[in-house]
Design a protein. Structure first.
Length: 95
């Protein structure tokens, strides 16, 4: 039995989505800096420790959030097996 190409494409789409869902998870980071700031960034092994790559969203009261899809099992070749190292950065703080 030959399936229409649209059905096959839909099947492949869901198969890929399922595969992605099994090897990664959404993680929400929340940060309230010790002093008022207009911006904050999520920095870690997952983005090459780039201080500007992943800006966080202000949710009021000097609190920032960012949701990131991270691979289960931690950073491949990371310093701590099975985990991710990260920090929060905001303008005016030293690295």
């Amino acid at each position: 039995m030959k399936l229409p190409s649209g059905v096959l494409a839909l099947f492949l789409f869901f198969a890929v989505q399922l595969a992605v869902a099994q090897d990664s998870v959404d993680v929400t980071f929340r940060y309230t800096p010790p002093e008022n700031t207009s911006a904050a960034y999520l920095v870690g092994e997952f983005n090459g420790w780039n201080n500007q790559a992943w800006p966080m969203t202000s949710v009021g009261n000097n609190t920032f959030v960012r949701t990131a899809r991270l691979r289960l099992g931690g950073q491949p070749g990371g310093v701590i097996a099975g985990a991710y190292q990260y920090k929060f950065y905001y303008p005016g703080v030293s690295d």
